[in-house]
Design a protein around this ligand. Structure first.
Ligand code: FAD
Length: 361
């Protein structure tokens, strides 16, 4: 118990993040699944931060969770990102009306003995322009039969359980838990990405997989993602991770600025913006303002893209060499343009990038 990180102020969180930061570069070399990093997090009780004591969690409030995410992503974005997907799956299970399913799956998940991840983007931000659902669920007497694919599932080849969204023939949505060892489930190794390849993300295919009623988490209903908490798009966690990565880049710049006076103004300008976004993040963790959350995501995306590129510019050619953290941070920052990005945020970011410097003169 004594090694649990029970608050974001705990020196044990600092120690964990130091270890994660030291290991972050090597993750990119081998593109290996961060199993060691996730074990450290499990031992420190990180997976329990996000759940109520009644469910075996530590019951951190939203502001503390944001602080925790900022610290983790500042140290290692891959590990922090994998945790968000794990948490998305676990929170959906914890929020299920299906009490038996919850009792069966949640305790080993919170201890880190099993791993669950989530494939729901095709209900919200992916394949929305397709006429037919990418993953169809047909209701039968014993449950739902899944045919098709979930296009993006982080860590699927390493998962015990998948929390998957699918669409029925009458256009309702259903959220189900599927064990990865079930016949008909194919979770190939993750695809090579511009960054975060070690997150082992890729599609999962379902070839007539029967999900019994006992493993249905929610639905069928019109908007299954609107119910309960978990992996919703545009949530604060995405902004928290962007703000954490921006922090790492600005930190680097501040260190360089100590011996290079030309970097002092960019470093302090970025730090001022960072402080503002961090404050907004913690405020929005308490106040429920959906439109302000979207604006925060847009600003956090802008900040992380600019901060990481300024860091690379400061690192010069050396920063462009493989293995230097600044080019990894730049590639990782691009992820925020595409990850769980509501259309309004994506449009605003593209507009900002498209306008160019003359727009502001
Ligand atoms: C590294 C990574 C990890 C992820 N992990 C997860 C995860 O664990 N779980 C999860 O649920 N999701 C995950 N996602 C999904 C993510 O949140 C987004 O849903 C995803 O990035 C959206 O991109 P898409 O290519 O699927 O979008 P789509 O909208 O499907 O676009 C695909 C392509 O279709 C074309 N297109 C798009 N819109 C139109 C249009 N209107 N008309 C015509 N053509 C169009 C474009 O050519 C585009 O390139 C992950 C994504 C990434 C990149």
């Amino acid at each position: 118990m004594s090694s649990l990180i029970d608050s974001p102020d705990s020196p044990r969180l600092e120690a964990l993040c130091k270890k994660l930061a030291q290991a972050a570069s090597s993750l990119e070399d081998g593109c290996d699944w961060p199993s060691e990093q996730l074990d450290w997090c499990a031992q420190a009780g990180v997976f329990r931060w996000f759940h109520r004591p009644a469910d075996g969690g530590l019951g951190w409030n939203e502001a503390d969770l944001c602080r925790g995410y900022v610290a983790l992503s500042r140290a290692c974005l891959t590990t922090a990102f994998v945790i968000t997907q794990r948490v998305g799956a676990c929170r959906r299970i914890a929020g299920a009306a299906n009490e038996k399913l919850k009792q069966r799956l949640l305790p080993p998940l919170l201890k880190g003995e099993t791993f669950a991840t989530v494939g729901i983007s095709h209900l919200t931000t992916s394949r929305q322009h397709w006429k037919k659902p990418v993953l169809l669920a047909t209701e039968e007497a014993e449950g739902f039969r899944l045919v098709g694919s979930s296009p993006w599932v982080t860590g699927a080849p390493y998962a015990d359980w998948l929390v998957i969204g699918a669409v029925t023939e009458d256009n309702r949505q259903v959220l189900v838990a599927v064990p990865t060892d079930q016949e008909g489930v194919d979770a190939p190794p993750g695809i090579r990405l511009a960054g975060l390849t070690a997150s082992q993300t890729g599609p999962v295919h379902f070839d007539h997989v029967l999900v019994p009623h006992a493993d249905v988490i929610a639905g069928p209903s019109a908007d299954v993602m609107g119910r309960g908490k978990g992996a919703s798009t545009g949530g604060l966690q995405t902004s928290a991770l962007a703000i954490g990565l921006a922090d790492a880049a600005i930190d680097y710049l501040e260190t360089e600025a100590q011996r290079r006076p030309n970097l002092a103004i960019p470093a302090s300008r970025l730090r001022e913006q960072w402080e503002l976004e961090y404050e907004r993040l913690l405020r929005l963790a308490i106040e429920d303002e959906p439109s302000a959350k979207s604006r925060l995501r847009q600003r956090a995306n802008s900040l992380v893209l600019r901060a990481t590129q300024v860091a690379l510019g400061a690192a010069k050619g050396a920063g462009y060499v493989w293995g230097h953290p600044t080019n990894r941070w730049c590639r990782e920052a691009l992820f925020f343009l595409v990850w769980s990005c509501p259309q309004v945020v994506a449009d605003a970011n593209l507009c900002e990038l498209a306008h160019g410097p003359d727009f502001f003169t």
